[in-house]
Design a protein around this ligand. Sequence first.
Ligand SMILES: Cc1ncc(COP(=O)(O)O)c(C=O)c1O
Length: 460
Amino acid sequence: MRSDIVDKYKSKITEAYDLHRKFVNPQFVRVLEVIGYNRNYCGAEGAYLTDAKGIKVLDFLAGFGVYNVGRNHPYVAEVLHEIIDAKTASLVQMDLGVLSGMLAEKLAELAPGDLEAVFFTNSGTESVEGALKFARQATGRHKVVHCDHGFHGLTLGALSVNGNKEFRGRNEPLLPDCTPVPFNDLNALERALSGGDVGAFIFETVQGKGVFVPEDGYLQGARELCDRYGTLMIADEVQCGLGRTGKMFAVEHWGVKPDILVISKALSGGFIPVGAIITTRAIHSKIFDSMERCFAHSNTFGQNDLAMAAGLATLEILEKENLLENAAKTGDRIIEGMQKLADKYEMLTEVRGIGLMIGMQFGEPKSLGLKASWKLLHKMNDELFCQMITMPLLEKHNILSQVAGHGLDTVKILPPLMINDGDVDKFLTAMDSVLKEAHKITGSGWKTVKDLGIRTARTS
Ligand SMILES: Cc1ncc(COP(=O)(O)O)c(C=O)c1O
């Protein structure tokens, strides 16, 4: 029996906004409309989205880092079709799946050191929740230290170790005894751990909000401190793992082995929700320490065959298509190219990142006219400036990017790891043009964002 769902998908594409306004999240609909991001994408392949008018858009957002292998990768899609056709016995629950065993084996082979015990989840935040529980049970300590600006997801446990006030706000009080420390500050970390009663130090190896890379020595120092005070290290690589930084796991850049590694996003090539907590057998055995406790932590969908098969196919593609090397090479080219633009355009103050996780920092200009506009705009709303970059990037150059976080003058890109030199050139040329316009006091950019500020204030 042939369904009409695909036909409906095609014929109703332009109704998406009305449906979401009515049945999903009308405030997000308004945001997308106001910033001109309402393109009604109806197709996607590799690094490109196609909108309702047939325009190709270079996707430098990659679903927040889900599409490391590119969108709709044909091999991963083929494997999924094959698994469905094979009518596998998925989620029997009271039996064991071979695909989950195979994916666990592969992850254990790739993960650093003796991280070899795998627990599958359905998302990044669920991976973090599980990791926090594992650390509590393995150490018998409930205190957690986390980093300012860190993002670990939005369920209550993950939110308790989230350094971003805008998400915590109306949910407090959260879990007690979760202490933030500044990222890259070993003295602060030592002060927080020195009581010898902290179960876990959780951090993003590369922070996603704002894109902050650890200074050399920070993670090694953190490892030593955690060892000294009996604290487990949880590396959250939900976004920066699986090749994004040019290594399979970002911790490899600094030769550090965490006690618990959490991943998600890119693991299934963007097809099926999936995540994993990878830890040592010694830690795992402390949680699952008897037959009675074989379900001490569990979920229903974690080991579903489609996610597991997509995971195996995705890891194969990352290796076969040399995507880690490509991420490192194209990332270096973008960072280098952007640094040249930073010499040319005064508001672009810093380009930071590693592999294809890149942040472009903007700051107050020195020249008088621009300085006045900058100040006025920030007085109006300190979230607006980056729209002057991201909006024309999409509108005029058909490149999708994002603002790196609330209240940050940072634009972030997370391209798929399979982009080529042509895509890099296209981005650099577009950025040159957008920055040139932004640096004109009378340029259309300032007017657009000021109007946006007025419209946002009126409608909120
Ligand atoms: C580093 C990190 N951890 C955890 C999460 C939460 O993942 P999810 O949205 O799948 O719950 C995210 C999501 O952006 C993330 O970037």
